[in-house]
Ligand binder design. Structure first.
Ligand SMILES: *Cc1c(COP(=O)(O)O)cnc(C)c1O
Length: 393
């Protein structure tokens, strides 16, 4: 077992020596020659049954070696036996819900969540009944047909931290899914605290360069097999080119996260002093929700923050229009800084009453801090806040 950064550079490359290659081969085959029918039939059964590999990959919906290398690398970083990759983070979430639906209809969910995850669960689209609870209500609300507990930490968009170990204890036998997209395995490895499923929108930090849509679920082999069966049946697979790009981003994951996090800490502190800003949500600030988990559950406070403007919706819209270095855009976890308005964009589909109750106010902006020079980022924020203050007055 190597340390994290060595694993990040070398994982998922075990077969390179035998193949005599130095970069991952990009295998775009949709089908594979079957020289021996008996081997083909056995391989088909193994893969449809949820096996990670077989003597013959058979068909690209069942297995792809480029995807399998990226999966192996991410599993190594999360410290789990397996990783199953999907076409997007939402496809990954859907696969877990479909796999769990065979065990019961009831799901306990702690808000806030990524807007589309909230919508997917609240709509009952996957045939499950979601009950939204506080983290400390899980033990009391657990039922015989509870198939899953879903949490997100840090939570989107207000960066609350949820205590994974406490949730896993309260859930008992019921598996806990942690959406760890905001943390990445650099800052937090939820399986160490008892999470059965660790989900990432790999579109964000894991890919890291704003050019891949992907989702992964990291878990033990027993939980992974049904997830592969769901993927083979529903077809929500990761394209090999996307897997190649995802794998390529991993060696710099830690460097990117640490650089962006250092920038974020500076920006959060300066924003807190700014007269146009009413409140800053960032786990690295004293008194932040769950700040006591930084250093225990999370190695650092991360690269995302949200801040509330005194000027409400008009000021938030003006800041988004005024930024020059930052990009006004949804998504996060890229090398460049993105700023967006949760109430108007990512969390639009969340019920208005829930928005109000979870702090998704009209004046709230979310910042995904990149790895630019922090002084240029601050200059950009300061000039946009000034433009916004002038236009709102
Ligand atoms: C983006 C995101 C998702 C959804 O992932 P996609 O790759 O866009 O499907 C889920 N959870 C969190 C926390 C996210 O940021």
């Amino acid at each position: 077992m190597h340390r994290f950064q060595t694993t990040a550079v070398h994982a998922g490359r075990d077969d390179f020596g035998a193949l005599c290659v130095h970069a991952p081969p990009l295998d775009l085959s949709t089908t594979y020659p079957i020289a021996d029918l008996a081997v083909g039939s056995a391989s088909f059964d193994a893969l449809v049954g949820g096996g990670a590999t077989a003597a013959n990959p058979i068909y690209a919906r069942l297995h792809n070696p480029t995807v399998a290398r990226a999966e192996a690398a991410i599993a190594a970083l999360e410290g789990t036996e397996a990783c199953v990759a999907y076409a997007s983070g939402m496809a990954a979430m859907t696969a877990v819900l479909l796999a769990r639906a065979q065990h019961g209809k009831h799901v306990l969910v702690v808000r806030p969540l990524y807007g589309t995850s909230d919508h997917l669960l609240a709509s009952g689209m996957c045939g499950l009944e979601a009950e939204f609870v506080q983290a400390d209500e899980i033990a009391a609300r657990r039922r015989a047909d509870t198939a899953l507990v879903v949490i997100e930490t840090p939570a989107n968009p207000t960066l609350q931290l949820v205590d994974i170990r406490a949730v896993a204890a309260a859930a008992g036998e019921v598996p806990v899914l942690v959406d760890s997209t905001f943390a990445t395995p650099v800052l937090q490895r939820p399986a160490e605290f008892g999470a059965a499923y660790v989900l990432h929108s790999a579109t964000k930090f894991l890919g890291g360069h704003g050019d891949v849509i992907a989702g992964v679920v990291c878990c033990d082999e027993a939980h992974a097999a049904p997830l592969r069966t769901v993927r083979a049946a529903t077809g929500a697979l990761l394209h090999p080119l996307a897997a190649y790009l995802l794998h390529r981003g991993l060696p710099t994951l830690k460097l990117r996260v640490e650089a962006a996090q250092a920038n974020a800490q500076v920006l959060a502190q300066r924003l807190q002093q700014h007269p146009a800003v009413a409140r800053v949500f960032y786990p690295g600030l004293a008194g932040a929700h769950g700040a006591q988990l930084v250093g225990r559950q999370m190695r650092g406070p991360g690269c995302l923050m949200a801040f509330e403007l005194h000027g409400g919706h008009a000021a938030a819209a003006a800041v988004m229009a005024a930024v020059k270095v930052m990009t006004p855009a949804v998504s996060l976890g890229s090398v460049d800084t993105l700023i967006q308005h949760p109430a108007g964009l990512t969390h639009r589909m969340v019920d208005d009453a829930v928005k109000a109750a979870t702090g998704i106010t009209p004046g709230l902006l979310r910042l995904s801090v990149g790895i630019e020079d922090v002084e240029d980022l601050w200059d950009d924020l300061a000039q946009s806040l000034a433009v916004a203050s002038a236009s709102v007055e």
